[in-house]
Ligand binder design. Sequence first.
Ligand SMILES: Cc1cc2nc3c(=O)[nH]c(=O)nc-3n(C[C@H](O)[C@H](O)[C@H](O)COP(=O)(O)OP(=O)(O)OC[C@H]3O[C@@H](n4cnc5c(N)ncnc54)[C@H](O)[C@@H]3O)c2cc1C
Length: 447
Amino acid sequence: MLIARIGGAVITALAPRHGAEADALIWNGRKPARRAKLIVRAACAGDVAEAVRFAAANGLTVSPRGGGHQFTGIATQADMVIDLGALDGLTLDLAARTARVEPAVTNARMAAALERHGLAFPLGHCGSVPMSGYLLGGGVGWNSAEWGFACFSVAAVEVVLADGRLVTASARENADIFWAARGAGPDFLGVVTAYHLELREAAKATSTCVRVYPAARVADVAAWAESVMADAPPCVEFTCKVTPAPNGPVIAAIATVFARTDAEACAIHTALGHDAPEALQVVGPMPTPISALYEATEPSMPRGRRYAVDTLWSEARFGEVLGRITQDMARAPSGESMALVVLRPNAVETPRDAAFSCHGRIFGALYAIWEGERDDARNIAWLRTAIDGVAPLCTGAYVGEADLDRPDRALPTLAPEMRARLDALRSVLDPRGVFLRRIPSPALAAE
Ligand SMILES: Cc1cc2nc3c(=O)[nH]c(=O)nc-3n(C[C@H](O)[C@H](O)[C@H](O)COP(=O)(O)OP(=O)(O)OC[C@H]3O[C@@H](n4cnc5c(N)ncnc54)[C@H](O)[C@@H]3O)c2cc1C
């Protein structure tokens, strides 16, 4: 009996509360149709190892669950879900500027701990998201143009493999596993029970300026953005947030500057404002420490709503991508939906020694957000039509927020050679397929 061998809990499909417990593991208000038969609430890494050994011995597939934030609810769709929600240890080594974090530590908790010591990490844009799946998928975080995608600040991982062994992987030991842990996302070949992170000095003068435009100005906004961002330093994060409105979509051009001093921030904002099209409204520049950034993003993605989400990377002209997405937003069935389109020509080079291999000068994320189940089909159809429409301009998608429910996805989440290397590694480390493979890719769909 598994329950006798672990410190945590086991909930079987026969337990009266099984359905509610399985659904509660998923952040999205829209719950997946398939539920894991066994829910294992791990209390420690040893429990994870026991659960994986039990699953392997009984021919069960496994999915780890960090915070259940992947919008498609994939965390609970294997035979057994191992809930890592209780693994939330956080230790800082201030002298070495490193941290050991367990999977359930959230962005908000990490930000608060680091802020006290003047330290930073490329944390994700919403406070509730845990390190668990955020780091595995790559981590498109705050100030990613300067600090890089978060997985490149991971120095090592502690991992339970398909045979139940707990190993450490870094550039020096188990380097193949470390390669996969940086970007494989839900197709990773083990359960990460802790991350070792490299920290950096915090930006001391973070500030944001928001300019609001009607959809009719989209071409002018895009041309201005291309022009000023061509010379912008990496510490500028430039995002157009597009939302539906009764008189047509509204574009909020948001420039967040992670500067070292107020004078530097001021100079950068002045340069960014050069020749900016006349806006309906300008807010800022205003100081936005990380806590303020989280306060600003949280209301856009309320918990409990129903979500369908997909992402894109593109090398096309900003005006083409933003124009297309703004048109799509005019047709969104729900007024709560939104798109984020990030222009990042100022990004530092992305290392190539990791599974994370789809990225670009433009990042886009489309969020269908609505309330009632009766509107599921309309909103999902809108999202998929919008993504299919923009796909010819795109090179790939970001796995962390990709619509993995689609067997016919047009956009890959890994470069083909990285997908092949991951598959080869899987045949060695998980030959019996204990960890459920969940990512359809164009190549797979064609097989
Ligand atoms: C409100 C919100 C805001 C977001 N903002 C951002 C953002 O700014 N930047 C960004 O990059 N992403 C963002 N995301 C996406 C988020 O990073 C991913 O959904 C990520 O998977 C969340 O981690 P999780 O542990 O909750 O994943 P879960 O849904 O729990 O797990 C998804 C899958 O990841 C794998 N997995 C998770 N943890 C582990 C582990 N410890 N070991 C092995 N496999 C594991 C499993 O295969 C699992 O099925 C956001 C999501 C939400 C809901």
